[in-house]
Each structure stands twice: as C-alpha cells, then as structure tokens.
Ligand binder design. Structure first.
Ligand code: ADP
Ligand code: MG
Length: 771
C-alpha cells in the first residue's frame, strides 16, 4: 500500500525519488573460512550499483542490496564465480529439496575424500608409531620403506588434498589468503622436503622422511571439514522443519467438484476443503464448518484454537476434528509460513555486529601468520642449522594458525539461536536484533491489545439527567444507541465493543452525518438531528463541553480499570459508556520475568491515567512507569525520549497501530496471533500473541551472545597460545593439525548446544498454574 501511495505522488517529485534498491540472497558454495567471506564481500561490493554485501559463512549465503538499474543478478553471480566460488539464487519454497540434495552431495563428497585420505594415511600412522617405539618386523620394514611411503602419501597430497590447492590458487589470485593457503603451504613443505630427501638424501646426509606428516595432517583437516559440514547441516534444521510444514496438495472446489491440486496451483479466492487431521494448505478465512486447529508449529502455543465461519486460518496449521471450507486469501510467497521462512532465512544469513571484530582480525591474520612462519623458519635455521626441524616448526605454525574457528564462532550461534526462536514462535529478523535484545534495559508495553486482550466489552451505560447520574434503563438505551451509531463508523477496538453491546440489546442504529474520528480522543457526528460527541476528557475540553457532572462517576469506573467514554449531546454532558478490557492471563507472569531479568517495564497508553494505573497495578508495573494519555502521534517521540535518557529501549505493540513507535525503539517487537501478524513491522515478531515472548527473546539473546563470546574466546585463545607454542617448536605438525580440526568442530558443537535452550522454560509452568 505504501508503494502505491509513493507512486501516486511520484509524478511531482520524480527527481528526488531515491534510486531503487533490491535485496538478493545468493547461495555461495566453496567458502572455507573467514578470509573467504571478506573476499566474496569485497568482490560483490566492486560490482557497480551494489550498496551492501554481507556474507554468512555458516549459512553459505550472501545478502546483496543493489540497484537493479545498474547491476543484474548475473553480474553478481559472475563476480562471485570469477574469484573461484559457486553462486546461485536459492529458491526457498520450491528449491527446498534441491538445496537439501546439494548439501547431501557435498557431505558425500567430503566423506569419500576423507575415506581415501584415511585409508592411505593409516599405514603411515602405523609406521610412525612403530618407528617411535623402535619396533621391528617385516611389515614395519616394508611400511617404513621410502618408496612405499611416497606411494601412499602422493595420492593423499594431490587427490584428497587437491581442493586446498584449487582454493589457495583462487585466493592468491584474488590477492588474499585463507586457510587453504596455510594448509597447502604447510603440507607441501613437508611433502616436498620428504621427496627431496628420498631422492637426494644419501648424498646430502639426511635420511628422515616426513611423508606421514603431510598425509596425516591432510586427513585430520579433511576430518574436521567433514564434521563441520555435518554439524553445519544441523544448524539450519529450523528452515528445513519450517519448509516441511507446508502441505503438498490442496482439495479445491472447482465447478462444484473437489479436486486435488498441488498447493502451488491454489489461487486467491479458491474454496478449499479441509478434512480432519489435515494440514491447512494456504491462508484463508473459514466459510463453512467448525473445527479447532493446532497452530503450535507456527506460534509455539500448544492449545488448539477454535475456528468458525469468518475466522482466519493460517496455512501449515493442523486441523483437528471438524471439516471446514475456507476461501484462500494468501497463497505462495504471501502466506504467513512463506514470510516466516523468508525472515528466518534472512536472519540466519545475516551478521551480528559482534562479528565485525572477528572479520577484521581474520582479514590480516593469514598474511601475518605466513610472516610468523617464515620468521620461525629463519630463526630456527639460524639458531640450530637443522633444516628438518626448522621446516617442521614452520609447518606447525602454518597449520595451527588457521582462523577457521574464528570464522564460525558467530554465524553458527546466530543460526542456531534464530532457529530455536523460530521454533518457539519468536521470529527474529537478524543477527543485529538478536544481539540488541540482550542489551535491553527497558521495554515499553502498549496497553491495549498488548498487556490486555484488546477485546474490550461494555460494562456500564449511565445516562445523565439534569447534572445527576441516574441509572434509568430507558435512557440507557438512548445513550448506547447514540454512542453505537457513531462508533459503527469507527474501527477502534472501543468502537467495536460499543457496537456489539448495542447489537446485543437489539437497538436500531440511526444514520450519522458529518462523522469524524479524532485519534486519541474519540468520535463526533450528527445523530437524529443532535450534535453528538463520544470520547475522553481531552475531547470534551477541546470541544468546550463542561464534563464536571460526569467526573465523579467516571473516576469511580476508571479506578476499577475500566475506560469511561463520555457522551455529550448538543454541547452538554449526556452520559457515560464504560468499557473493560481484561488483562491477558500471561501478562503478569511475563512482566515479573522481565523484572527478574533486570529489565524495566513501562506501560504506554492513550487511555486516561486512572485506568492506566489500575491496569498497571494488576500486572505489577510500578506507578512511576506508567505513561498515560499519550496521543497516538506522540508515542514514537516518547520512545525516543527514553532512548535519549540513555536507555536501550524495546517497544512492544501490535505492529499495526504502533508501527512508528516500534520503529523508534532500539528494537520493535510486534505481537501477533496466527493470521493477524504484522511480520514487517518489528525487528522481532512474537507469533503467539502474549507477552511471555518478550522475556523469552531476551533470554534467548543472552544465551546466544553468551555462546558467541565463548566461541570467540576459545577460537582466539587457541590461536594465541598455539602460534607461540608451534613457533617455539613445542608442537608437532600432526598435533597442530589435530588441534586445528578439533577447534572448528568444538566451536560448531558448542553452538549446537544452544538447540537445547528453551527460552520459554518456567514461563510455561506459570501459565499452566493460572489455567
Ligand atoms: P491506546 O493507546 O490504548 O491504543 P488510543 O490512543 O487509541 O488508545 O485512544 C486513547 C483514548 O482515546 C481511548 O482510551 C479513548 O478514551 C479515546 N478514544 C479513541 N478512539 C475512540 C473511539 N473511537 N471512541 C471512543 N473513544 C475513543
Ligand atoms: Mg492502540
């Protein structure tokens, strides 16, 4: 809609229109470590028209923001392929299987390569051990024969290890260096040295061969890569699970007959039949029939939700016992599920700010390591004159210094964290939001629809007669009739309550002329020849109505947490319609949990102070943290004010009325239920419509950032300790290789541990107790 409006006004301001921007996600294959990330980003940014390029190693995704007038998708893919990686546009919905197949193929290939290397290296390992313990025998004599070792080590070096040469070549050509450069360099040194000794050893006076060093090293590194590929596959399980939720076929009514069609062929407006136990194929509105559906897979809410004619249902939820028909409202890319998948995909491919440090470090790391390695060789050789030893120590430095773990530390944790969130109905847009959530100091909660259910009901109707409030029923009906006549034209939740009450009473509603809705105040118009106003005190004051006669009664109602709407007829107070909105059962528990996390909770509402305080009391928000009588247009400003005070602020709202306030906060958190979600509105969307998601997101964020810190710490420590040890000759190359493989695997496994984290734990139990 916004786009339409923008286009409407474009005729005049064509010149000022910002250049168009498009966002593209590319699947990039062949990246091995953090240095590759920097290279791919650099080459993408060099394409004219590209504004932002951000690569996630763990997800193997590049996110590019570019001007389609200047660059084509082909240019972007070309830029990536020119430097030696494979790139393509992933197709999230239809390509799910292809994606999985590609990943499986990659794992199979890694496994074969590793198996080859392992089989050939095993005899070398046996020989090494035998040699170390001075064992004899014909077998060992055979295995320690130089030519036998040469025959075993050569295929490992050039068949299994070929990928490192290819990758190193591409890197060096692009004037960068990555882990493959280090691996290729390190193992080639050991291998070539052994070949030289084998050929010319006797004449040079050296005999020791180190074929086993290069072969075992490569085998270990390949093992590390295999384990890493397996673990990486598991970090993106969340997407696969979400994609699996999509129904494959739908039973559509065509020409009065039910036909099964693939779900991609369902069009908006189609009538779809859903039987008991089936998945709802697309988003829609129930036409006929009653049932309940299990929305837990989308919202994390375990109780099935009742559905009848007129109710929205979401695709991918599971129908329980009834049969119903629905009219499709959203299909294909537009369904809630498709949107969720897109958000999670983007989130998993996004970067957290905390990663910048690791990126910067790894960009200069590899060249620095090569320098340290050269220095190690030079110093050792100068000090001892022992060529073999100097070369081995240099190899150990090259191998131990690989920054692979550093490159995986952040993205794997972000992937698992956002994945866990998605499974619990906490939809986090990106690494940045996930990171900001752990710093939140205050959360501003909208009252209506956020703390309360947002389904107000009329509780009291009081007419005023000659300045006195009386409760005579027949005048009540006048008050309600006039109020409802006006409110029929308004879309405010309060309005719906008034209209519903009038309908229950069976009142015939008169026509309204000159209707006006006054946001944050109320409504006005001409009804049955009278000038009628309905709204709050501000409305009365601004219209010059003396509301004093209603004050005492209004205050009493407000003290009970009800919202008193004042009615004025022809400039004189005429009555009160009071409405109560019940607090969600879960709100108090959520607010308690937030305070337990050390987060200040602030309530913001356009409602009056007295009602606001009464509600605040019910949910445990302190009086000084209530902001009432805030006009809709002031809400964003109030949020900014809090930020100016130095607080990191989250704003929680329904995302429909509160979009500007959500955007003004450090993080906007949009609440939704099933089909009523404004996924676009917030940085975080809570799919189940209650506040417990807020402490849950903060916990998840803290846990994820904690993991990232652990990962970064271990990755750094390992390099910082490993390099001097290797340089000092205290680490054999084989040990260095094992340590390197282990560190990558341990970082990925540590991130996977996050899968077990349940951000809603404890919060669930409290709710069960309330029920
Ligand atoms: P909230 O912050 O709770 O969403 P709003 O800003 O929408 O509240 O409205 C603030 C107050 O303005 C309401 O509490 C009510 O007193 C008055 N008001 C707004 N719209 C209407 C309406 N359609 N009918 C009556 N009163 C209204
Ligand atoms: Mg509101």
């Amino acid at each position: 809609m916004a786009a339409e409006r923008a286009e409407g006004g474009a005729a005049v301001q064509q010149v000022e229109q910002p250049a168009r921007e498009e966002r593209l996600i590319l699947a990039v294959e062949g990246m091995t470590c953090a240095a590759c990330v920097a290279r791919v980003e650099k080459s993408l940014k060099r394409v004219p028209g590209v504004r932002v390029a951000s690569v996630n190693l763990a997800a193997e995704r590049a996110t590019v923001v570019y001007d389609p007038a200047q660059a084509a998708v082909g240019d972007l893919i070309g830029a990536v392929e020119k430097i030696g990686y494979r790139a393509r546009v992933p197709r999230p919905e239809a390509g799910a299987d292809a994606e999985r197949e590609a990943r499986r193929r990659e794992i199979r290939r890694q496994r074969r390569t590793f198996a080859l290397a392992a089989v050939l290296s095993l005899p070398l390992l046996v020989a090494m051990i035998g040699h170390a313990f001075d064992l004899g025998g014909p077998l060992l004599r055979f295995l320690t024969n130089g030519w036998v070792q040469f025959l075993l080590a050569t295929p490992v070096q050039f068949v299994a290890g070929w990928q490192f040469y290819v990758d190193a070549y591409h890197n060096l050509r692009g004037r960068t260096a990555n882990m493959s450069v280090l691996v290729a360099l390190g193992t080639t040194v050991a291998y070539l040295y052994s070949v030289v000794v084998l050929l010319f050893g006797p004449s040079l006076g050296v005999h020791a061969l180190y074929f086993e060093v290069s072969a075992i090293l490569l085998t270990l590194i390949l093992l590390g890569k295999l384990l890493e590929a397996l673990a990486r596959g598991r970090t993106s399980e969340a997407i696969r699970k979400l994609m699996g939720l999509q129904a494959k076929t739908a039973r559509v009514l065509r020409d009065g007959r039910e036909v099964d069609v693939p779900v991609e062929e369902v069009r908006v407006g189609d009538v779809v039949v859903v039987r008991p136990g089936e998945r709802v194929p697309v988003d829609g509105v129930v036409l006929e029939g009653h049932s309940s559906v299990d929305e837990s897979l989308l919202t994390g809410e375990s109780l099935p939700v009742d559905k009848g004619p007129g109710d929205p249902v979401v695709g991918a939820t599971i129908n329980q016992h009834g049969t119903f028909t629905l009219r499709a409202t959203r299909v294909g890319r537009d369904t809630v599920l498709a949107q969720i998948i897109r958000v999670v995909e983007e989130a998993q491919g996004s970067k957290a700010p905390i990663q910048r440090l690791a990126d910067v470090v790894s960009a200069w790391f590899v060249p620095a390591v090569i320098g340290v390695a050269a220095l190690t060789f030079a110093l050792w050789y100068a000090a001892t004159g022992d060529l073999t030893r100097s070369l081995l120590n240099m190899t150990a430095v090259l191998v131990i210094a690989c920054p692979c773990a550093l490159g995986l530390a952040t993205p794997t944790a972000i992937m698992v964290g956002t994945g866990v969130g998605a499974e619990k109905g906490l939809l986090i847009k990106g690494g940045e939001q996930l990171e900001t959530a752990h710093r939140l100091q205050a959360v501003v909660l909208d009252k209506t629809g956020t703390i309360t259910k947002g389904r107000p009901e009329v509780t009291d109707v009081l007419p005023v007669e000659e300045g006195q409030v009386v409760t005579s029923p027949y005048r009540c009906s006048d008050v309600l009739r006039w109020a409802a006549a006006l409110e029929r034209r308004s879309e405010h939740p309060l309005a719906q309550a008034v209209v519903a009450a009038a309908e229950r009473e069976g009142l015939a509603l008169p026509e309204v002329e000159d209707f006006r809705a006054l946001p944050g105040r109320g409504v006005r118009g001409r009804v049955e020849g009278r000038e009628v106003l309905l709204g709050n005190r501000r409305l009365m004051e601004e219209s010059g109505v003396d509301a004093a006669p209603l004050a005492a009664e209004a205050e009493r109602l407000e003290g009970e947490g009800k919202t008193a709407m004042l009615l004025a007829v022809d400039g004189r107070p005429a009555g009160i319609v009071a409405v109560a909105d019940t607090v969600k059962e879960t709100s108090a528990a959520a607010i308690r949990a937030l305070r337990g996390l050390g987060v200040r909770t602030i309530m913001m509402t356009g409602d009056n102070w007295r009602t606001a305080r009464a509600i605040a009391r019910q949910v445990g928000i302190p009086e000084e943290d209530v902001l009432a009588e805030v006009l809709p247009e002031e809400k964003a400003g109030r949020v900014q004010e809090l930020r100016r005070q130095g607080l990191v602020v989250g704003m929680v709202g329904d995302g429909i009325n509160d979009a500007p306030a959500l955007a003004a906060a450090d993080i906007g958190i949009a609440l939704g239920t099933g089909a009523d979600v404004a996924i676009e509105a917030g940085g975080i969307t809570l799919m189940r419509g209650d506040l417990r998601g807020v402490p849950a997101v903060i916990r998840l964020s803290r846990a994820t950032i904690g993991k990232i810190r652990q990962n970064l710490f271990w990755a750094f420590v390992y390099n910082v300790l490993g390099i001097p040890l290797a340089a000092l000759g205290m680490l054999s190359p084989v040990l260095a290789g094992a340590a390197m493989a282990l560190s990558s695997v341990s970082v990925v496994s540590n991130s996977l541990l996050l899968k077990r984290f349940d951000p809603l734990r404890g919060l669930e139990a409290e709710q069960a107790a309330v029920r």
